[in-house]
Write a protein that binds this ligand. Structure first.
Ligand SMILES: C[S@@+](CC[C@H](N)C(=O)[O-])C[C@H]1O[C@@H](n2cnc3c(N)ncnc32)[C@H](O)[C@@H]1O
Length: 475
């Protein structure tokens, strides 16, 4: 990283402690930025999820319309871009960021995001951020924030990437990771799954660095995708027969009538396709008993339950966490679904008693980083091994629960090879399960590679990076 030649002058004393707003510092009248700032603070202080905190703040404070859109853009954008913003702020600050008061750092991230990734004029981005700092923390902290942010205004995002990112020639993955605000190890995992460090990786990281459309799934038998699109003003999805896409920022989808009336649910199109894939392979013999072994909070279970109802089958839904099992119960309504609170590895359900089994296993979620703004900075490589072990155990259990000739779908929302092909290859070898050509269960979906498994991608399919492998238990 290059060092800049001149920097804000070093303060004479340590950073001032936090102070409450006094009469001389009236609270600022900037509800959007204040809500974004408080969201970033909750993410940093309490490990909160930005996409749970912010909607609550907007509701509570009745922030709507343009202010709500601005708050959302700033909070989610700054949380998503944190690594890039911190690299730039480090280059603009006279002290390491871990020596900066956390509340000031939140504001600096908010300010830097506006400067680098929005069209907000630089003077407005700096002044509004400095006002927030002054109102809460006083003039010493405001002076520091002002000096740092003025340094950030020296160049645009591309200029800063050139300065703070690893060299493109010697470390292309590190460079792309920084340019697209991903930790390097995640960019490396994407590169390995794509078999590329070039354009496909650039496209994948860039697509993963944007806000996704909201995807809805019409409940089979209740409502068609065309009807749902007409009711919501959305667009029929390209691949799922039940999918509808809404513009990013189209408001809280939970408020939509069809969602409230359980005619539809919020579900990524890739997730819909993976649930449907379980139902596609032909079976010899009965096809009446289906199982979802990791079912909470119930997105795929509802889709499978509705399809089971149409075909005269039933669905057992197993979930280990009682509160997540409760979420399934809330959404199943009168569908033929029985919920079991149990560990899928030892569920107590009879061996060989199901015709189709879905294992939508717990995973790192590296395939859904677009939807969870801060998640990429929270995960770390040591998360992988214990999850891969659990995934292997759950898939092995599923292959014991399905009858000979029955089908298992192994699904994770991650492209990490240790969670995807690594798990499937290992379990197939140990159990003798047959790997089916999963691409056949994704009709009309392009760019599915050489198979036999399916890896979806945001840049190729507009979906989360879901992985699906279909296996058949030998007769
Ligand atoms: C990826 S989520 C499933 C998402 C769900 N299929 C849907 O579409 O809404 C994985 C789920 O597995 C549950 N889980 C974790 N360990 C489990 C285990 N040993 N047995 C069963 N469920 C487990 C988690 O609590 C979580 O709800």
């Amino acid at each position: 990283m290059n060092q800049r030649s001149s920097r804000p002058s070093r303060p004479q004393r340590p950073h001032p402690p936090r102070r409450r707003p006094g009469p001389e510092r009236p609270p600022v009248d900037d509800p959007a930025r204040l809500a974004a700032l408080e969201t970033l603070r909750a993410v940093r202080q309490r490990d909160a999820y930005a996409n749970l905190v912010l909607p609550g703040l907007l509701r509570e404070r009745r922030i709507t319309g343009r202010d709500a859109a601005l708050a959302t853009e700033l909070a989610y954008g700054a949380a998503r871009a944190q690594g890039l913003l911190d690299a730039v702020l480090t280059a603009c600050s006279d002290r390491p960021l871990n020596a900066v008061d956390g509340a000031v750092l939140d504001a600096l991230r908010l300010g830097a995001y506006q400067l680098l990734r929005t069209r907000i004029p630089a003077h407005a981005a700096v002044a509004s951020t400095v006002d927030l700092v002054r109102a809460e923390l006083g003039s010493g902290a405001a002076g520091f924030a002002n000096a740092v942010l003025r340094r950030v205004t020296a160049q645009d995002e591309a200029g800063w990437v050139d300065e703070v990112a690893p060299d493109e020639e010697t470390d292309p993955i590190g460079h792309l990771a920084m340019a697209n605000a991903h930790p390097r190890w995640i960019a490396q995992a994407f590169a390995e799954a794509l078999g590329s460090r070039g354009e496909p990786l650039r496209d994948a990281l860039a697509a993963d660095d944007t806000r996704p459309a909201v995807h809805l799934a019409a409940r089979p038998g209740e409502c068609s995708a065309d009807e749902l699109a007409a009711m919501t003003g959305g667009e029929v999805a390209p691949y799922s027969p039940y999918g509808v896409l809404l513009e990013p920022g189209a408001g809280d989808p939970g408020d939509l009538d069809p969602v409230r009336e359980k005619l539809a649910g919020v579900q990524d199109e890739g997730s819909q396709l993976c649930a449907l894939a379980l139902t596609r392979p032909a079976l010899d013999g009965p096809d009446e008993r289906w199982l979802d072994l990791c079912a909470g909070p119930g997105g795929k279970a509802v889709m499978l339950g509705a399809l089971a109802q149409l075909s005269g089958a039933t669905l057992a839904a197993v979930e280990k966490a009682p509160h997540r099992a409760e979420l399934i119960r809330k959404v199943v309504g009168d569908l033929p679904i029985t919920v079991h609170v149990a560990d899928g590895r030892d569920s107590g359900l009879p061996a060989g008693s199901f015709d189709r089994v879905l294992v939508d296993a717990p995973c790192t979620g590296l395939g859904a980083l677009r939807r969870r703004p801060e998640a990429r900075w929270r995960r770390n490589p040591s998360d992988i091994a214990p999850l891969a072990r659990l995934q292997r155990e759950l898939l092995t259990a599923a292959l014991a629960l399905v009858r000979p000739g029955g089908v298992v779908a192994y699904v994770v929302c991650s492209p990490h090879l240790s969670e995807t092909v690594g798990v499937v290859a290992d379990v197939a070898r140990r159990t003798g399960a047959e790997r089916l050509d999963t691409r056949e269960a994704f009709p009309a979906v392009p760019h599915l590679g050489d198979g036999p498994h399916v890896q979806l991608w945001p840049h190729l399919h507009g979906t989360d990076a879901m992985f699906c492998a279909l296996l058949r238990r030998p007769v």
